[in-house]
Design a protein around this ligand. Structure first.
Ligand SMILES: Nc1ncnc2c1ncn2[C@@H]1O[C@H](COP(=O)(O)OP(=O)(O)OP(=O)(O)O)[C@@H](O)[C@H]1O
Length: 207
């Protein structure tokens, strides 16, 4: 089954951000969302992940097929790296954390409490969590923030392996991940038209 977005209109803080966005993401494919700061990449990902409703349009894919990794890493600070992954593996009904530890080079940190990790190590753990979800459609918001070059390469390899297994990835990122087969969607043309000012102007509207 594909992830389909049809004629989507979305808002943030009550203000329309994007309109008429349509896209299709097929298993085995990656799509990179591009556009200037504030265009609405995060808002689009949050909407597709089911974290906020769209203003209009349709999203064709059950939320249970989606794993979302946003800006917050969502780690349990007092649990170790391995315990964090086991926790998520249980939530998602999967078992094996060894492959996730290996994929993001976390074996040597497995017993360290999450709160003691560096920013990049925390990010690697957050991304390793994707691997234990067992979900096919990954929605990733700036996944490489804080990662060094070696970790970006590890992450790109994990995404490629996911695609090869029939997974798919929709990613907002400003950097080139080196995933040559990824398609790019520039959201700039979909910027929503500014809303009309209220009759009587600002002062009347807020009087
Ligand atoms: N919590 C919020 N409340 C109200 N408005 C917000 C909030 N977060 C973001 N916005 C606004 O919503 C619009 C879209 O923001 P969004 O974060 O989706 O953009 P983005 O393309 O992901 O940006 P960036 O590249 O800077 O991460 C922007 O105009 C932004 O100022």
């Amino acid at each position: 089954m594909d992830l389909t977005v049809t004629d989507l209109a979305i808002a943030r803080g009550g203000i329309p951000v994007l309109a008429h966005v349509s896209l299709t993401l097929r298993p085995g494919r990656a799509l990179v969302l591009r556009g200037p700061n504030g265009i609405g990449k995060t808002t689009l990902l949050r909407t597709i992940a089911g974290l906020q409703p769209p203003l209009a349009g349709a999203i064709g894919l059950p939320a249970e097929d989606i794993a979302y990794a946003g800006h917050a890493d969502g780690l349990k600070a007092t649990l170790s790296v391995a315990e964090n992954l086991r926790f998520w593996a249980r939530i998602f009904g999967t078992g094996d954390i060894a492959a996730a530890l290996a994929a993001m080079d976390l074996k040597g940190l497995a017993d360290r409490p999450a709160h003691s990790l560096s920013a990049g190590q925390k990010r690697r753990l957050g991304l390793a969590r994707l691997l234990v979800t067992g979900r096919r459609f990954w929605l990733l918001d700036e996944p490489t923030v804080s990662l060094d070059a070696a970790s970006v390469a590890l992450f790109a390899a994990a995404v490629r392996a996911h695609l090869a297994r029939g997974g798919a990835a929709l990613m907002a990122t400003h950097i080139d991940l080196g995933i040559a087969e990824a398609e790019v969607l520039d959201l700039t043309p979909f910027r929503a038209a500014p809303t009309a000012p209220a009759p009587g102007g600002f002062e009347e509207a807020f009087a």
